[in-house]
Design a protein around this ligand. Structure first.
Ligand code: SAM
Length: 292
């Protein structure tokens, strides 16, 4: 069976199938032989236990093969139908792999998992297409599917943002969202030369361990995420100005900030998850009083 990190093997497969890379679909395939085994090892929920893996974008199947050797079942979702005959060839030896043709953002993931993973402990492991990294991660986190962890290869800057601790300078709306659902960590770096074609940036593998319980008590989760988005809409502005720009009255914003112990001149990036939770719960109370 061909080694999919061998450049001449990859070129042979691509030319036999008349395949050309699609930049629009974020097709940078891994050719560094050490990356996929490390990712496969990192995603295992327990050593030697049965589990299923959901992979997004198998490409030629380089990571899929490694996953098939450690997991009981692998479910791989691929959008590019031109890759299906190639995957049939490269994964022929692995009966525990199911390729699902479609867009991860549009498929009914709960149904896909019910059909192919049954009740096995479930993880996600993928080299994500760069153009859609954050939307895919938010889609997976918000789906509330029972993932133990999500181990993904993403651009280095995205990894830093996704894993930033709330309350620090690097933090953005996405860091808070990730921290609400999971405990994130950067596992290791992957240089740009590890891909074919090579992108212009380096990458990192990150792992998000999904929380069993939310880290803070919220009266209204939708309001929590709406406030976070509004607060980070214009990062340079004060929290007070950002919330006013989002349509809240100035005096109301000031009163609420003071009530939860925040200065009107504080900035979104300085707030912890708990402080955003306090803010949400106070806005919720005021809204409830106004509505009744
Ligand atoms: N796993 C392979 C590897 O590591 O070499 C390929 C990774 S490549 C960065 C991203 C893959 O995701 C491509 O195969 C691409 O066709 C696929 N893809 C892009 N958008 C997708 C989507 N919305 N749903 C499912 N797959 C997608």
């Amino acid at each position: 069976m061909p080694t999919l990190t061998d450049i001449s093997t990859v070129r042979d497969i691509l030319s036999r199938h008349g395949f050309s890379f699609s930049k629009a679909l974020g097709q940078n395939f891994l050719i560094n032989p050490s990356v996929c085994p490390r990712m496969a090892a990192a995603c295992q929920p327990e050593p030697d236990g049965d589990f299923a893996v959901l992979e997004i974008g198998p490409g030629l199947g380089v990571l899929t093969k490694e996953l098939a050797q450690v997991a009981t079942r692998v479910i791989s979702i691929e959008l590019d139908t031109r890759l299906l005959p190639i995957l049939q060839e490269t994964l022929a030896e692995y009966p525990n792999v199911t390729i699902v043709s479609g867009d991860v953002m549009k498929l009914d993931l709960a149904e896909v998992i019910r059909t192919h993973a049954g009740n096995l402990p479930l993880v996600v492991c993928a080299n994500l297409p760069y153009y859609i990294t954050s939307p895919i991660l938010m889609h997976l986190l918000e789906s509330r599917l029972p993932f133990h962890s999500i181990t993904v290869l993403v651009q280095k800057e995205a990894a830093q943002r996704l894993c930033a601790t709330p309350g620090t300078r690097e933090c953005g709306a996405i860091s808070l969202a990730v921290s609400y659902f999971a405990k994130p960590e950067i596992l290791f770096s992957v240089s740009r030369g590890s891909f074919m074609p090579a992108p212009n940036v380096d990458s990192s593998v990150i792992r998000l361990q999904l929380r069993k319980e939310p880290p803070c008590k919220l009266s209204d989760e939708t309001l929590f995420f709406r406030l976070i988005r509004a607060a980070f809409q214009q990062r340079r502005k004060t929290l007070s100005n950002s919330l006013c720009n989002a349509g809240y009255a100035k005096t109301l914003v000031r009163d609420i900030l003071v009530k939860v112990g925040l200065s009107p001149s504080s900035r979104a990036e300085e707030l912890t998850l708990e402080q955003f939770a306090d803010l949400t719960n106070e806005f919720y109370q005021v809204q409830k009083r106004t509505d009744s």
